[in-house]
Design a protein around this ligand. Structure first.
Ligand code: SF4
Length: 292
């Protein structure tokens, strides 16, 4: 159903309970106490209530402002902040305080920094590891600079994630400062560095099923073993519009297809986000490292 303003109405199955139950407030307090940013709040994630109530969240390092401006993203853009040298320590302390065993760290893209923020990334992964916490590192593309990527890879995250976000035809449109092939190169380099890799796409931006399957083939040939597929949700009416809401059955069918094509783990459902189910992914990838 469309209104005359040409915006689709969100179906009920995409509406979430307001946050506030379970461990939500403890997570909120701890994040605030340690002065951390999260992509949960930065990108207005609909799952925040459910995830935080289960002590699952994604810390966003290198500030709250990004040097890029993807059309689907609600993170503020431009005027990037000074890097907080205490952030690696504070991140590790916060996760430790929350007794988390598995965590996801991501960051804004910092094309304005000489090393893209890669040494800060390495320090953060090492600090978190020093608390006995296993993690998924959801990284920007570092413009595929091998030295900067090695800085991060040498800290050995249990899972290395980088999102292609959408199919090649739409990539330049919705991620103007990024590039589809560059993202595949980053993932390939992570695989060659013996890291377990993961990527994700948002659907409902105008891609066809065939295009999604072609993108899956690209990821598999890059050596990616974990895939997440979720419904794109427009943060505000200033962002890239949703072209359609996929049925839950379409996600289920794509999941079956992806597993039959060779992905080791697939999360595919309307409200799946790239860090959704991350704890299980990290645990499983550590258990079965030899098959990934
Ligand atoms: S690079 Fe990442 S954080 Fe920056 S605008 Fe794009 S999606 Fe958002």
């Amino acid at each position: 159903m469309t209104t005359k303003k040409e915006f689709l109405i969100k179906p009920d199955f995409l509406k979430r309970k307001l946050p506030g139950y379970g461990d939500y407030s403890q997570v909120k307090k701890t994040i605030k106490k340690h002065g951390l940013n999260t992509v949960c709040t930065g990108a207005s994630c609909p799952n925040i209530g459910e995830c935080w109530s289960q002590k699952s969240m994604t810390v966003m390092i290198l500030g709250s402002r990004c040097s890029r401006n993807c059309l689907f993203c609600d993170v503020k853009s431009g005027n990037c902040e000074e890097v907080d040298e205490n952030e690696p320590f504070n991140t590790a302390e916060a996760l430790h305080e929350l007794e988390m065993k598995y965590a996801v760290i991501t960051s804004v893209t910092r094309d304005d920094l000489s090393d893209g923020g890669s040494s800060h990334w390495a320090k953060t992964i090492e600090a978190v590891h020093s608390k006995g916490i296993f993690l998924e590192a959801l990284i920007p593309d570092f413009k595929n600079n091998k030295k900067h990527l090695e800085n991060v890879f040498s800290a050995n995250p249990e899972i290395l994630s980088h999102n292609i976000e959408t199919v090649p035809r739409l990539s330049k449109l919705v991620r103007p400062q990024a590039d589809y092939q560059t993202s595949l190169e980053v993932l390939k380099y992570a695989v060659n560095s013996k890291l377990v890799t993961k990527s994700s796409m948002m659907l409902g931006m105008g891609e066809t099923r065939d295009e999604v399957i072609e993108a899956m083939k690209d990821l598999l040939s890059a050596g990616v073993s974990i895939l997440s597929l979720g419904q794109y949700l427009m943060p505000t009416r200033k962002h890239y519009p949703v072209t359609r809401y996929l049925d839950e059955s379409e996600f289920e069918s794509l999941k079956i297809t992806a597993l039959s094509m060779g992905f080791k783990m697939v999360e595919s459902a309307p409200l799946v986000r790239s860090s959704f189910g991350a704890a299980a992914h990290i645990k499983k990838s550590m258990e079965f490292n030899n098959i990934f």
